[in-house]
Design a binder for this molecule. Sequence first.
Ligand SMILES: [Zn+2]
Length: 689
Amino acid sequence: MVTTLGKMAAEWGGGGCCSGSGPGPSRWSASLWVRGVLLLLGGLPASTTSVPVSVGTSPPCRHHVPSDTEVINKVHLKTNHVVKRDVDEHLRIKTVYDKSIEELLPEKRHLVKNKLFPQAISYLEKTFQVRRPAGTILLSRQCATNQYLRKENDPHRYCTGECAPYTKCGPVIVPEEHLQQCRVCRGGKWPCGAVGVLDQEGVQDADFVLYVGALATERCRHENIISYAAYCQQEAKMDRPIAGYANLCPNMISTQPQEFIGMLSTVKHEIIHALGFSAGLFAFYHDKDGNPLTSRFADGLPPFNYSLGLYQWSDKVVRKVERSWNVRDNKIVRHTVYLLVTPRVVDEARKHFNCPILEGMELENQGGMGTELNHWEKRLLENEAMTGSHTQNRVLSRITLALMEDTGWYKANYSMAEKLDWGRGMGCDFVRKSCKFWIDQQRQKRQMLSPYCDTLRSNPLQLTCRQDQRAVAVCNLQKFPKPLPPEYQYFDELSGIPAEDLPYYGGSVEIADYCPFSQEFSWHLSGEYQRSSDCRILENQPEIFKNYGAEKYGPHSVCLIQKSAFIMEKCERKLSYPDWGSGCYQISCSLQGLMVWVQDTSYLCSRAGQVLPVSIQMNGWIHEGNLLCPSCWDFCEQCPPETDPPVANLTRALPLDLCSRSSSLVVTLWLLLGNLFPLLAGFLLCVWH
Ligand SMILES: [Zn+2]
């Protein structure tokens, strides 16, 4: 007999949630509260605890392309006679900390100066190398009035009137010793000349100077971002950025260890914008022979597009393409995309998606100024480091390395590229059609919808695994407060949803074209972060009495699909957890094939898709359930040919009962992660686009 006691209530909340994210006026936000009210059996104390589960999406990165007045281009650098290069010839970034960094609280200062920036820069230095190293970096001074003159055959620019009292790179003031002598034309006329202190020593043995600040700027106050960065000066010969800044918003620097990885990937992402991945630099890219990909005027600059506020690139860099785009009701609409079409990017994108006719790599088309065009399309490269928001497991792929090579300024060390699973080998329909087309096609072929999904994020949660099988995940398909734009309405039917509501449904990440996909998540208690769903992090291990599925988190753990809900049983009590579908388990590779470990019991996977009946004893409880074997090749270097599992494996004897089992009264407790025996839960799913 199964006694299920519980009452469910769900309501949609508009407005905001999620600390650290602020809804912009044009952004939609939706949060889902799902409440379960538990009754209890067996003398357990009742309590109601609200445990929010949050599918994290950072606010989109709005890379502010610096305005024409903020950037000094054509900065003349003297060539050094001897350019000192390291043996391994890596990119040399000189980090200069502003005094605002020194004014941070000691823990934050230590984190920024000793961990965050050294690690981000060390990674980028190993990954890139400048093709044509310049000499000592000596930056040009800003002018008091933003008006300047250039004379033919003179590499310097002259301020009309006065030089500015100080020169800034973004919000950071450049130290005097990094600046050239002030050059002015008094009265706006020639003759013009140098005045004041002579050229300073500049920055030697560096390819790029990065000014790092922690200033509480307007942007920090309004955008809820961790950091932002851009270039501020470009050298004359190749237009390569030679200086840039990264500003950290002081209140957003977190010293929580679990937030470090996210901050590190954000800092790397931002510095890559400053080094080359910016719509403001597309028109300055050069081919492999050092020729500009966009033609120049006599002043050496490409045309300026005043409506975009950007230098206008040629179609050798970015090209506009129309896609035929399947949406609901069997309609096909036109969908305009911008593709980056430089040679190495095209080559890497074709290889990644296994689509030999792919014209280029799609750029982001949503999120407004700063997000669109400055990032890869999130629908296609979801967790790639240079997509417009941080959702999960960021990796810097070969495609971004190829882009950095195609600037003409860098060579890339492809051994530093990280493996990107999203979209790999999925073919032309995946990369050139809407996700509706792909989902429908997979359904017809009776194949997995992965990386997309179509299960509603509702109570109870149907858990699944992240695309790389390293974290428990949920499908981010949800209802929006307003119908989605027709271009992004993909569903002809969804179980339990009336047809008139279908236009309101889509994936929670707007910049992924509202395509629904499985996302890792985290648990929060009273607004405080508790743990994430990443299987490899030991600290994510659930407490003993909440570990229904006998899960094990740690470096050797992966996410496995549960074929049925796990039941925890002791004497007359049976407990199960309403949210199930996947869990974290340790695996190992052996000559016989992939082994799955549940506590001290190992189970051999003879083939992918094999069901493992699990029954183990842990802390006085029996845990029973079924796990699905993944493919051995997903995790092991060597795998034997797949075979049918031996019969013994299917009929594993149950361990002895701890009490004599009587008629079982099964209680499905709607218990989430509260205190020891608290019953209930509510959770909050919240999402930012
Ligand atoms: Zn960005």
